[in-house]
Design a protein around this ligand. Structure first.
Ligand code: SF4
Ligand code: SF4
Length: 432
């Protein structure tokens, strides 16, 4: 695609990178075919190609965003399905991140929108605040019909109970009576550790059982992606920098073989720290190292751990695998989790139209509930075609979203692997 950025504009590293991305686009439109919002809404501007044009126009003409642009960019899920399809290697992820930040800088949203977005930005990235808000929300759930639609949907999605923790609150989960074969840091996730602590517990148990020491670094809870995708770069960069410095210090002082992510949305952002800080002379090397060390838990297990399956073949379940967008399109990790589950002796089925988002997409199901609900409905209908006994996936956002549309139990892939290598049976499967 032809671009018209001036030399002065190209001195800005974000413009320079976006120009390169836009130039790669040959406007073939292949990406539209796999874009969930284009498929649902049928509007060129609700597909990747149309959005690329909107962002290009805004950036090269140095134009403030307007209502029309904001509407179509806000509707993008950042699912990156378009990146998997694009034959020209257009990095839509970096472009839309730049576009969202430009909107945040140049467009004044309504008071209500600003309130909702700030509320999400502050509440979801701090687990203590999220816990307090979720606790209070339990009491107002019966009265949610009194609130405006977006707030009603948010209240509906808030957890009604908090599972009991089974592992002590520690920073270092060391390996006893066994030689330590590796040492990793675990990102426990801001929302995940509150609503589904069993996922981190299964991860730590599983790694410890295989001789891997796990450190949960004090001071790290959010990866920063939530604010990044809301275009709130100041808040996001504060979190990014803190995480980079803490983990890099740990890497230098005590050694780290990997940084493990078991929330694929967060993993995608950690793997992008190197790009995000590419022009920051103080942090670029450290950020690059953090990105290189980051692995999704399934990726790490597959590449580094000889798993000792001890219950292999005991029971045969029909499992539907939901491939989170951030995992399959963002990190290109798709087949590995299914292969790992197959090793437990169970049957795994990929959900039809599995490249399409379930509608979770970070805060999307809270901000764009109509589209998110349609995507959820389609996802559930595709899951039902498999008739599974339970569903497996690798992202807390997808777990929350999908469990709002079906009574079929859903759990994280790592809980299955933990169970089949000596861990407890996941409580959501008690009745199976
Ligand atoms: S598939 Fe790639 S090259 Fe073709 S229009 Fe979409 S982004 Fe551009
Ligand atoms: S990220 Fe997803 S929703 Fe956004 S343009 Fe690409 S395919 Fe469409």
């Amino acid at each position: 695609m032809e671009t018209h950025f001036s030399k002065t504009q190209l001195k800005d590293s974000n413009n320079k990178s976006s120009e390169k991305i836009i130039r790669k686009c040959v406007h073939c439109g292949f990406c539209n075919a796999t874009c969930p919002t284009y498929e649902l809404l049928g509007d060129e501007l609700d597909g990747p190609r149309g959005r690329i044009y909107l962002i290009k126009d805004m950036l090269e003409n140095n134009k403030p965003a307007n209502e029309k642009i904001v509407k179509h960019i806000d509707r993008c899920l950042s699912c990156y399905s378009c990146m998997s399809t694009c034959p020209s290697g257009v990095n839509y992820m970096h472009l839309i991140d730049h576009g969202r930040h430009h909107i945040e800088k140049t467009y004044k949203r309504s008071f209500y929108d600003r309130f909702v977005r700030n509320f999400l930005s502050i509440t979801l990235s701090k687990s203590i605040i999220f816990r307090i808000v979720a606790f209070i929300t339990q009491f107002i759930k019966p009265l949610r019909f009194l609130f405006p639609k977006k707030i009603r949907e948010m209240i509906k999605l808030m957890p009604s109970n908090f599972p009991n923790k089974t592992l002590p609150k520690m920073q270092l989960y060391s390996v006893q009576k066994k030689k330590t074969v590796a040492r990793v840091a675990l990102l426990t996730g801001c929302v995940q550790k509150v609503i589904s602590p069993q996922i981190n517990e299964a991860t730590i148990r599983l790694l410890n059982r295989h001789g891997i020491e796990v450190i949960v670094s004090k001071g790290i809870e959010c990866c920063g992606s939530l604010n990044h995708h809301l275009g709130k770069n100041d808040r996001a960069y504060e979190i990014f920098k803190k995480n980079i410095l803490i983990w890099h210090d740990e890497y230098l002082k005590n050694g780290l073989d990997a940084i493990i992510s078991n929330t694929s949305g967060c993993g995608t952002t950690l793997k992008d720290y190197g790009f995000i800080f590419r022009s920051n002379n103080d942090l670029k090397k450290k950020a690059k190292k953090i990105s290189e060390l980051t692995k999704d838990i399934t990726e790490y297990l597959d590449e580094n751990v000889k798993l000792n399956f001890i219950k292999n073949g005991e029971n045969k379940y029909r499992i539907a695998y939901h491939s989170p967008c951030s995992m399959q399109h963002g990190q290109k990790v798709h087949q590995t989790p299914m292969d790992l589950i197959k090793k437990t002796g169970n049957q795994v089925f990929e959900i039809p139209d599995g490249h399409l988002c379930c509608g979770s997409a970070g805060t999307y199901n809270l901000l764009q509930n109509d589209i998110a609900n349609k995507l959820l409905k389609n996802k559930i209908s595709n899951i039902n075609k498999i008739n599974p006994q339970f569903i497996s996936t690798g992202n807390i956002g997808c777990i929350t979203q999908i469990s709002n549309g079906t009574k079929i139990p859903i759990l994280h892939t790592v809980e299955i692997i933990d169970w089949y290598t000596g861990g407890p049976k996941p409580t959501v499967l008690e009745k199976l």
